[in-house]
Design a protein around this ligand. Sequence first.
Ligand code: NAD
Length: 295
Amino acid sequence: MAKITFIGLGNMGGPMASNLVKAGQDVTVFDLSKAAVEALVGEGAKTADSAEAAAQGAECVITMLPAGKHVEAVYLGDDGLLAKLPAGTLVIDSSTIAPETARGVAEVATDKGLDFIDAPVSGGVGGAKAGTLTFICGGEESTFNRAKPILEGMGKNIFHAGPHGSGQVAKICNNMLLAILMAGTSEALALGVRNGLDPAVLSEIMKQSSGGNWALNVYNPWPGVMEGVPASRDYQGGFLVNLMTKDLGLAFDNAVKNQASIPMGALARNLFQLHAGQGNGELDFSSIQRLYKPE
Ligand code: NAD
Protein backbone atom coordinates (compact mmCIF):
# COMPACT_ATOMS: atom_id res chain seq x y z
CA MET A 1 0.00 0.00 0.00
CA ALA A 2 1.41 3.39 -1.01
CA LYS A 3 0.62 6.70 0.67
CA ILE A 4 -0.79 8.77 -2.19
CA THR A 5 -2.10 12.34 -2.30
CA PHE A 6 -4.52 13.13 -5.13
CA ILE A 7 -5.25 16.76 -6.01
CA GLY A 8 -8.01 17.73 -8.49
CA LEU A 9 -11.16 15.63 -8.18
CA GLY A 10 -13.16 16.73 -11.23
CA ASN A 11 -14.76 14.67 -13.99
CA MET A 12 -11.52 12.68 -14.37
CA GLY A 13 -9.68 13.02 -11.06
CA GLY A 14 -12.72 11.97 -8.98
CA PRO A 15 -13.09 8.49 -10.49
CA MET A 16 -9.30 8.07 -10.77
CA ALA A 17 -8.84 8.73 -7.05
CA SER A 18 -11.79 6.47 -6.34
CA ASN A 19 -10.07 3.59 -8.19
CA LEU A 20 -6.92 4.09 -6.11
CA VAL A 21 -9.04 3.82 -2.95
CA LYS A 22 -10.66 0.65 -4.32
CA ALA A 23 -7.19 -0.73 -5.14
CA GLY A 24 -6.38 -0.49 -1.43
CA GLN A 25 -4.00 2.50 -1.55
CA ASP A 26 -3.79 4.94 1.37
CA VAL A 27 -5.29 7.98 -0.39
CA THR A 28 -5.55 11.59 0.84
CA VAL A 29 -7.43 13.99 -1.44
CA PHE A 30 -7.74 17.74 -1.95
CA ASP A 31 -9.85 19.91 -4.27
CA LEU A 32 -11.15 23.47 -4.13
CA SER A 33 -14.64 21.95 -4.43
CA LYS A 34 -15.86 20.70 -1.05
CA ALA A 35 -18.52 18.51 -2.70
CA ALA A 36 -15.85 16.72 -4.74
CA VAL A 37 -13.77 16.09 -1.61
CA GLU A 38 -16.78 14.85 0.37
CA ALA A 39 -17.65 12.32 -2.33
CA LEU A 40 -14.16 10.78 -2.05
CA VAL A 41 -14.16 10.88 1.75
CA GLY A 42 -17.43 8.94 1.55
CA GLU A 43 -15.54 6.25 -0.35
CA GLY A 44 -12.77 5.96 2.24
CA ALA A 45 -10.22 8.65 1.31
CA LYS A 46 -8.75 11.06 3.87
CA THR A 47 -8.55 14.81 3.35
CA ALA A 48 -6.89 17.97 4.72
CA ASP A 49 -7.43 21.74 4.65
CA SER A 50 -4.94 22.53 1.90
CA ALA A 51 -2.93 20.89 -0.86
CA GLU A 52 0.20 21.24 1.29
CA ALA A 53 -1.42 19.61 4.33
CA ALA A 54 -2.83 16.83 2.15
CA ALA A 55 0.61 16.13 0.71
CA GLN A 56 2.33 15.82 4.08
CA GLY A 57 4.00 12.42 4.40
CA ALA A 58 2.99 11.34 0.89
CA GLU A 59 5.22 8.96 -1.07
CA CYS A 60 3.45 10.01 -4.26
CA VAL A 61 1.51 13.14 -5.26
CA ILE A 62 -0.81 13.01 -8.27
CA THR A 63 -2.48 16.08 -9.82
CA MET A 64 -5.39 16.16 -12.28
CA LEU A 65 -6.06 19.86 -12.87
CA PRO A 66 -7.74 21.78 -15.72
CA ALA A 67 -4.82 23.65 -17.33
CA GLY A 68 -1.16 24.74 -17.08
CA LYS A 69 -1.88 27.78 -14.90
CA HIS A 70 -3.50 25.55 -12.25
CA VAL A 71 -0.57 23.11 -12.35
CA GLU A 72 1.93 25.97 -11.95
CA ALA A 73 -0.13 27.45 -9.11
CA VAL A 74 -0.15 24.16 -7.20
CA TYR A 75 3.52 23.22 -7.76
CA LEU A 76 5.64 26.34 -8.29
CA GLY A 77 6.60 29.38 -6.22
CA ASP A 78 7.54 29.67 -2.54
CA ASP A 79 4.16 28.31 -1.48
CA GLY A 80 4.04 25.62 -4.17
CA LEU A 81 4.20 21.93 -3.36
CA LEU A 82 7.63 21.38 -4.97
CA ALA A 83 9.17 23.69 -2.36
CA LYS A 84 7.57 21.66 0.46
CA LEU A 85 7.89 18.02 -0.58
CA PRO A 86 10.87 16.01 0.72
CA ALA A 87 13.45 14.79 -1.83
CA GLY A 88 12.57 11.40 -3.29
CA THR A 89 8.81 12.03 -3.47
CA LEU A 90 7.22 10.75 -6.69
CA VAL A 91 5.23 13.51 -8.42
CA ILE A 92 2.84 12.67 -11.27
CA ASP A 93 0.93 15.32 -13.19
CA SER A 94 -1.88 13.83 -15.29
CA SER A 95 -3.40 17.15 -16.44
CA THR A 96 -3.19 18.00 -20.15
CA ILE A 97 -0.89 21.03 -20.37
CA ALA A 98 1.74 22.50 -22.72
CA PRO A 99 4.90 20.38 -23.05
CA GLU A 100 7.06 23.39 -22.09
CA THR A 101 4.99 23.96 -18.92
CA ALA A 102 5.51 20.30 -17.99
CA ARG A 103 9.27 20.65 -18.70
CA GLY A 104 9.39 23.78 -16.51
CA VAL A 105 7.76 21.96 -13.58
CA ALA A 106 10.03 18.94 -14.19
CA GLU A 107 13.15 21.12 -14.06
CA VAL A 108 12.24 22.63 -10.68
CA ALA A 109 11.23 19.19 -9.36
CA THR A 110 14.51 17.60 -10.52
CA ASP A 111 16.54 20.43 -8.90
CA LYS A 112 14.82 19.61 -5.62
CA GLY A 113 15.53 15.88 -5.89
CA LEU A 114 11.93 14.93 -6.67
CA ASP A 115 10.96 12.25 -9.23
CA PHE A 116 8.56 13.95 -11.68
CA ILE A 117 6.70 12.62 -14.71
CA ASP A 118 4.07 14.16 -16.94
CA ALA A 119 1.40 11.48 -17.38
CA PRO A 120 -1.64 12.85 -19.27
CA VAL A 121 -4.42 10.38 -19.97
CA SER A 122 -6.71 9.30 -22.75
CA GLY A 123 -9.95 7.36 -22.43
CA GLY A 124 -12.40 9.95 -21.14
CA VAL A 125 -14.63 9.85 -18.09
CA GLY A 126 -15.77 6.32 -19.03
CA GLY A 127 -12.16 5.13 -18.98
CA ALA A 128 -11.50 6.95 -15.70
CA LYS A 129 -14.50 5.23 -14.07
CA ALA A 130 -13.67 1.80 -15.49
CA GLY A 131 -9.97 2.10 -14.60
CA THR A 132 -9.02 1.55 -18.25
CA LEU A 133 -7.28 4.86 -19.02
CA THR A 134 -4.24 5.11 -21.25
CA PHE A 135 -1.38 6.95 -19.50
CA ILE A 136 1.15 8.67 -21.77
CA CYS A 137 4.26 9.41 -19.72
CA GLY A 138 7.26 11.66 -20.16
CA GLY A 139 10.30 11.52 -17.88
CA GLU A 140 13.21 9.36 -16.72
CA GLU A 141 12.84 5.62 -17.30
CA SER A 142 13.45 4.96 -13.58
CA THR A 143 10.64 7.37 -12.58
CA PHE A 144 8.33 5.79 -15.14
CA ASN A 145 9.04 2.34 -13.66
CA ARG A 146 8.36 3.68 -10.18
CA ALA A 147 5.05 5.26 -11.25
CA LYS A 148 3.80 2.33 -13.34
CA PRO A 149 2.36 0.14 -10.54
CA ILE A 150 0.40 3.12 -9.20
CA LEU A 151 -0.88 4.10 -12.65
CA GLU A 152 -1.97 0.49 -13.22
CA GLY A 153 -4.55 1.04 -10.47
CA MET A 154 -6.25 3.58 -12.75
CA GLY A 155 -5.40 2.50 -16.28
CA LYS A 156 -4.86 -0.36 -18.69
CA ASN A 157 -2.22 0.92 -21.11
CA ILE A 158 0.79 2.72 -19.64
CA PHE A 159 3.20 4.18 -22.23
CA HIS A 160 6.59 5.79 -21.84
CA ALA A 161 6.74 8.35 -24.69
CA GLY A 162 10.23 9.74 -23.94
CA PRO A 163 11.84 12.45 -21.76
CA HIS A 164 9.96 15.13 -19.76
CA GLY A 165 7.22 16.79 -21.84
CA SER A 166 6.92 13.87 -24.30
CA GLY A 167 3.73 12.61 -22.66
CA GLN A 168 2.15 16.01 -23.29
CA VAL A 169 3.37 16.13 -26.92
CA ALA A 170 1.83 12.70 -27.63
CA LYS A 171 -1.36 13.70 -25.82
CA ILE A 172 -1.92 16.92 -27.80
CA CYS A 173 -1.25 15.07 -31.08
CA ASN A 174 -3.88 12.51 -30.06
CA ASN A 175 -6.46 15.11 -29.05
CA MET A 176 -5.95 17.11 -32.24
CA LEU A 177 -6.73 13.91 -34.17
CA LEU A 178 -9.74 13.22 -31.92
CA ALA A 179 -11.17 16.71 -32.56
CA ILE A 180 -10.75 16.25 -36.32
CA LEU A 181 -12.43 12.83 -36.15
CA MET A 182 -15.34 14.12 -34.04
CA ALA A 183 -15.97 17.13 -36.30
CA GLY A 184 -15.68 14.95 -39.42
CA THR A 185 -18.02 12.31 -38.00
CA SER A 186 -20.59 14.98 -37.07
CA GLU A 187 -20.37 16.46 -40.56
CA ALA A 188 -20.90 13.07 -42.25
CA LEU A 189 -23.85 12.19 -40.01
CA ALA A 190 -25.49 15.57 -40.65
CA LEU A 191 -25.12 15.14 -44.43
CA GLY A 192 -26.67 11.66 -44.29
CA VAL A 193 -29.59 12.83 -42.16
CA ARG A 194 -30.13 15.82 -44.47
CA ASN A 195 -30.62 13.16 -47.18
CA GLY A 196 -33.19 11.33 -45.08
CA LEU A 197 -30.97 8.56 -43.68
CA ASP A 198 -31.43 7.19 -40.17
CA PRO A 199 -28.35 8.33 -38.15
CA ALA A 200 -28.20 4.95 -36.36
CA VAL A 201 -28.21 3.01 -39.64
CA LEU A 202 -25.65 5.36 -41.20
CA SER A 203 -23.44 5.06 -38.10
CA GLU A 204 -23.53 1.26 -38.32
CA ILE A 205 -22.66 1.37 -42.04
CA MET A 206 -19.72 3.75 -41.51
CA LYS A 207 -18.48 1.73 -38.49
CA GLN A 208 -18.15 -1.31 -40.75
CA SER A 209 -16.71 0.73 -43.64
CA SER A 210 -13.57 2.75 -44.25
CA GLY A 211 -14.92 5.76 -42.29
CA GLY A 212 -14.99 3.75 -39.05
CA ASN A 213 -13.34 5.54 -36.11
CA TRP A 214 -13.34 5.95 -32.30
CA ALA A 215 -16.16 8.56 -32.32
CA LEU A 216 -18.46 6.16 -34.17
CA ASN A 217 -17.39 3.13 -32.14
CA VAL A 218 -17.71 4.45 -28.60
CA TYR A 219 -18.78 8.13 -28.54
CA ASN A 220 -21.43 8.70 -31.22
CA PRO A 221 -22.24 12.45 -31.37
CA TRP A 222 -25.81 12.09 -32.69
CA PRO A 223 -28.41 12.16 -29.85
CA GLY A 224 -30.09 8.80 -29.25
CA VAL A 225 -27.86 6.66 -31.46
CA MET A 226 -25.77 5.23 -28.61
CA GLU A 227 -26.73 4.68 -24.97
CA GLY A 228 -24.63 6.05 -22.12
CA VAL A 229 -22.71 8.67 -24.14
CA PRO A 230 -22.98 12.47 -23.57
CA ALA A 231 -24.95 12.93 -26.84
CA SER A 232 -27.78 10.90 -25.30
CA ARG A 233 -27.95 13.06 -22.15
CA ASP A 234 -28.02 16.49 -23.75
CA TYR A 235 -24.19 16.57 -23.94
CA GLN A 236 -23.83 16.83 -20.15
CA GLY A 237 -20.62 15.60 -18.44
CA GLY A 238 -17.78 14.00 -20.40
CA PHE A 239 -14.98 16.07 -21.96
CA LEU A 240 -15.93 19.74 -22.09
CA VAL A 241 -15.76 21.86 -25.25
CA ASN A 242 -13.68 24.35 -23.21
CA LEU A 243 -11.08 21.63 -22.47
CA MET A 244 -10.96 20.45 -26.09
CA THR A 245 -10.54 24.07 -27.20
CA LYS A 246 -7.67 24.40 -24.71
CA ASP A 247 -6.00 21.25 -26.11
CA LEU A 248 -6.39 22.43 -29.71
CA GLY A 249 -4.82 25.73 -28.64
CA LEU A 250 -1.89 23.76 -27.18
CA ALA A 251 -1.49 21.90 -30.50
CA PHE A 252 -1.71 25.16 -32.44
CA ASP A 253 0.87 26.96 -30.24
CA ASN A 254 3.16 23.95 -30.47
CA ALA A 255 2.88 23.86 -34.27
CA VAL A 256 3.74 27.58 -34.49
CA LYS A 257 6.79 27.10 -32.23
CA ASN A 258 7.97 24.12 -34.29
CA GLN A 259 7.08 25.62 -37.70
CA ALA A 260 4.80 22.66 -38.38
CA SER A 261 1.70 22.83 -40.61
CA ILE A 262 -1.55 21.63 -39.05
CA PRO A 263 -4.28 22.78 -41.47
CA MET A 264 -6.86 20.24 -40.26
CA GLY A 265 -5.98 20.89 -36.60
CA ALA A 266 -6.27 24.65 -37.14
CA LEU A 267 -9.69 24.23 -38.74
CA ALA A 268 -10.81 21.98 -35.89
CA ARG A 269 -9.58 24.59 -33.39
CA ASN A 270 -11.65 27.27 -35.14
CA LEU A 271 -14.76 25.07 -35.25
CA PHE A 272 -14.56 24.24 -31.54
CA GLN A 273 -13.74 27.87 -30.66
CA LEU A 274 -16.78 29.05 -32.63
CA HIS A 275 -18.93 26.44 -30.88
CA ALA A 276 -17.57 27.47 -27.45
CA GLY A 277 -18.22 31.14 -28.29
CA GLN A 278 -21.88 30.29 -28.94
CA GLY A 279 -22.32 29.34 -25.29
CA ASN A 280 -21.46 25.63 -25.53
CA GLY A 281 -18.17 25.62 -23.59
CA GLU A 282 -19.56 23.60 -20.69
CA LEU A 283 -21.06 20.88 -22.91
CA ASP A 284 -19.29 17.69 -23.92
CA PHE A 285 -17.13 18.12 -27.04
CA SER A 286 -19.34 15.75 -29.11
CA SER A 287 -21.90 18.60 -29.03
CA ILE A 288 -19.93 19.94 -32.05
CA GLN A 289 -22.69 17.96 -33.79
CA ARG A 290 -25.01 20.93 -33.09
CA LEU A 291 -22.87 23.13 -35.30
CA TYR A 292 -23.97 20.90 -38.18
CA LYS A 293 -27.53 20.36 -36.98
CA PRO A 294 -29.11 23.58 -35.74
CA GLU A 295 -31.99 22.72 -33.39
P1 NAD B 1 -12.56 19.29 -14.29
O1 NAD B 1 -12.69 20.76 -14.56
O2 NAD B 1 -13.78 18.44 -14.22
O3 NAD B 1 -11.77 19.07 -12.89
C1 NAD B 1 -10.69 19.82 -12.45
C2 NAD B 1 -10.73 19.86 -10.92
O4 NAD B 1 -9.56 20.56 -10.47
C3 NAD B 1 -11.95 20.60 -10.36
O5 NAD B 1 -12.61 19.75 -9.44
C4 NAD B 1 -11.33 21.83 -9.69
O6 NAD B 1 -12.04 22.24 -8.53
C5 NAD B 1 -9.95 21.32 -9.33
N1 NAD B 1 -8.97 22.37 -9.11
C6 NAD B 1 -8.66 23.44 -9.88
N2 NAD B 1 -7.66 24.16 -9.32
C7 NAD B 1 -7.34 23.54 -8.17
C8 NAD B 1 -6.38 23.80 -7.14
N3 NAD B 1 -5.57 24.87 -7.19
N4 NAD B 1 -6.31 22.94 -6.09
C9 NAD B 1 -7.14 21.87 -6.03
N5 NAD B 1 -8.06 21.57 -6.98
C10 NAD B 1 -8.16 22.39 -8.02
O7 NAD B 1 -11.54 18.75 -15.39
P2 NAD B 1 -11.38 17.24 -15.89
O8 NAD B 1 -12.38 16.97 -16.96
O9 NAD B 1 -11.29 16.33 -14.71
O10 NAD B 1 -9.95 17.34 -16.62
C11 NAD B 1 -8.74 17.45 -15.88
C12 NAD B 1 -7.60 17.38 -16.87
O11 NAD B 1 -7.66 16.15 -17.59
C13 NAD B 1 -7.62 18.50 -17.94
O12 NAD B 1 -6.31 18.94 -18.18
C14 NAD B 1 -8.23 17.81 -19.15
O13 NAD B 1 -7.80 18.42 -20.36
C15 NAD B 1 -7.70 16.40 -18.99
N6 NAD B 1 -8.52 15.35 -19.59
C16 NAD B 1 -9.88 15.35 -19.47
C17 NAD B 1 -10.62 14.32 -20.06
C18 NAD B 1 -12.14 14.28 -19.95
O14 NAD B 1 -12.75 13.44 -20.66
N7 NAD B 1 -12.76 15.09 -19.09
C19 NAD B 1 -9.98 13.29 -20.76
C20 NAD B 1 -8.59 13.29 -20.83
C21 NAD B 1 -7.87 14.33 -20.24
